[in-house]
Design a binder for this molecule. Structure first.
Ligand SMILES: *Cc1c(COP(=O)(O)O)cnc(C)c1O
Length: 222
């Protein structure tokens, strides 16, 4: 498994304008450094303790993305070095990010996590819940925690038609809320969808940000 080759192979095939988030969770700082040395600058982590440790061990110009479920009591620890949070699914969480971000005067990109998979998931908003959340409008008062787009995960299946259908529905929903709620908010621009197994389909369906772990770093040992 050559991390540099894997990065190269992926960046060679993704269109300009699609960002690669290298998902380094469960992999040691040493291999993250190899990806960094190959030119990769955006990394995704899903656990507070892990991102907290790694960000101190690795170069300061890394753009750290938090992609996992985030508890409100962890927000203040990760905010100082976190650029984007992909997993906003409640006002409570967004409000806490706003509070902590304003305390350190730092804008933070927040993506709303949308539940599109057929599997039951504990996290993520349904389309209707998201419409309601946006219509309530509390997010408009946030000065630092800005809504930069949406994130979603397709069903874990071999059925490419189903994956495509789910990504397509998320892109459609993205367009709907962009014109409905964010027409005056240029920041609302990212559609984070696609992982190792399905990022090619996701890009065809309009992804602007793919989150790829095992195709870069190999299997994770939990
Ligand atoms: C782990 C994870 C990924 C990366 O998954 P791979 O299949 O290894 O590419 C992407 N997104 C989220 C939210 C994850 O938790």
């Amino acid at each position: 498994m050559n991390v540099a080759d894997n990065i190269q192979q992926i960046t060679d095939t993704i269109p300009e304008g699609v960002k690669l988030v290298a998902v380094s969770k469960f992999h040691p700082a040493g291999v993250v450094q190899q990806a960094y040395d190959a030119g990769q600058r955006i990394f995704g982590e899903s656990r507070m303790q892990e991102i907290d440790k790694k960000h101190t061990e690795l170069p300061g110009d890394i753009e750290w993305h938090f992609i996992g479920h985030l508890q409100t009591n962890k927000v203040k620890f990760i905010l100082p070095y976190t650029h984007t949070i992909h997993s906003i699914d409640s006002w409570k969480l967004l409000a806490e990010i706003e509070k902590q971000a304003s305390a350190i005067n730092k804008p933070v990109c927040c993506l709303l996590e949308i539940h599109i998979a057929a599997e039951d998931a504990k996290y993520g908003l349904t389309f209707d819940e998201c419409r309601k959340f946006l219509a309530e409008g509390l997010w408009k008062d946030c000065k630092f925690a800005y809504i930069g787009g949406l994130m979603g995960m397709a069903t874990y299946t071999e059925d490419e038609d189903q994956i495509r259908k789910e990504f397509r529905s998320l892109k459609q929903f993205f367009d709907e809320v962009k014109s409905g709620f964010f027409s005056e908010y240029d920041n609302f621009s990212e559609l984070s969808m696609g992982m190792s197994g399905d990022y090619k389909i996701a890009i065809e369906e309009g992804s602007t940000m793919i989150r790829v772990g095992s195709s870069i770093f190999g299997e994770r040992e939990y």
